[in-house]
Design a protein around this ligand. Structure first.
Ligand code: GLN
Length: 305
């Protein structure tokens, strides 16, 4: 941990006041109300030491970062059969694209684009008695944090305006790859996206991706070593949609972004780091988040490459 705080403080100070660096997402109206001034960073090391700066203890909508959690639970429950419903290839397309589904016959390219995450929600509904409650319980247990909740206002806001997701879900159902009622699947999907965490909480909840054989405070294991390796691999290749290559190139860590402006990145065996800055670049990824992490892995020489 020793060297991280000074390096984090220095990069934070360097990039904090950069202006003109993108736009806050407003296609989900409720997200448009968030101040673009927010900027926070948090790191938790495998020795369980934490350091944060700026707005690292403010809750925000983690949006697509939650797709790691839904994938983890679906993988735990469904095992390798999951890959018959969703593939593991980078899409090279925007997160909400419908394009490849036609030729791919309703099998989404990967679980981190919206199409794939919607199929994962359908898989979860097939396993869980009370999907929304059970998913929340799962998140709370792995984070050992019972203050994790959905933001109903954000979920409601996306439900009113999420026309592309409605189209995606119906289109996939036409190929037979959605088994449950479309409204139920979408309601679950919008809720999962509305999950709120702070940067600090994000680094704590994803510690299971940094360590082999991680167990929760209740002594339950989450996924196997090989499943952990695979989720990190999908994050590396697909975590930033059509900017996944760019993130690997500049940062060099498995990671995942959300349109709320958060990014979480994992160094297996070393740390989990989270950054929040709501202004997004044109690919829907936090501008300052990417810039911060690029500087961080360069200055700490801690990319996986
Ligand atoms: N809820 C958002 C959507 O479906 C998630 C997208 C994202 O964070 N990239 O559009």
């Amino acid at each position: 941990m020793k060297k991280y705080p000074t390096i984090i403080d220095n990069i934070y100070a360097e990039i904090k006041d950069i202006k003109d660096e993108g736009k806050v997402a407003n296609y989900i109206p409720e997200l448009g109300c968030i101040s673009d001034e927010n900027f926070g960073i948090s790191i938790t090391t495998i020795e369980k030491q934490n350091y944060g700066v700026g707005d690292f203890e403010k809750k925000f909508s983690i949006q697509s970062i939650s797709k790691i959690l839904s994938l983890t639970l679906a993988y735990q429950l469904e095992g390798e059969n999951l890959w018959q419903r969703v593939d593991v290839e980078p899409s090279g397309n925007p997160f909400n694209s419908l394009q490849q589904l036609e030729s791919d016959k309703g099998i989404p390219r990967n679980p981190f684009i919206n199409a794939g995450a919607i199929v994962v929600c359908d898989v979860l509904i097939g396993h869980l008695k009370n999907p929304k409650e059970d998913f929340l319980d799962f998140c709370r247990e792995i984070a050992n944090n019972y203050d994790i909740n959905y933001n109903e206002k954000v979920a409601e806001s996306e439900k009113r305006t999420g026309f592309r997701n409605v189209a995606l879900c119906n289109f996939i159902k036409s190929f037979g790859n959605i088994k449950n009622n479309v409204d139920d699947v979408l309601d679950f999907y919008f809720h999962i996206c509305s999950l709120e965490l702070t940067c600090k909480e994000l680094t704590e909840i994803f510690m299971y991706l940094t360590e082999d054989n991680y167990t929760t405070h209740k002594g339950n294991s989450i996924i196997t070593e090989s499943q952990t390796k695979r989720i990190n691999a999908i994050m590396l290749t697909c975590g930033f949609y059509d900017e996944s290559g760019e993130f690997s190139f500049r940062v060099g860590l498995p990671g995942k972004s959300g349109v709320g402006g958060g990014i979480v990145a994992i160094h297996p065996d070393k740390y989990c780091i989270a950054v929040w800055s709501p202004k997004l670049n044109e690919k829907g990824n936090s501008f300052k988040g990417m810039l911060f992490l690029e500087n961080f892995t360069t200055k700490t020489a801690s990319s996986i490459f």
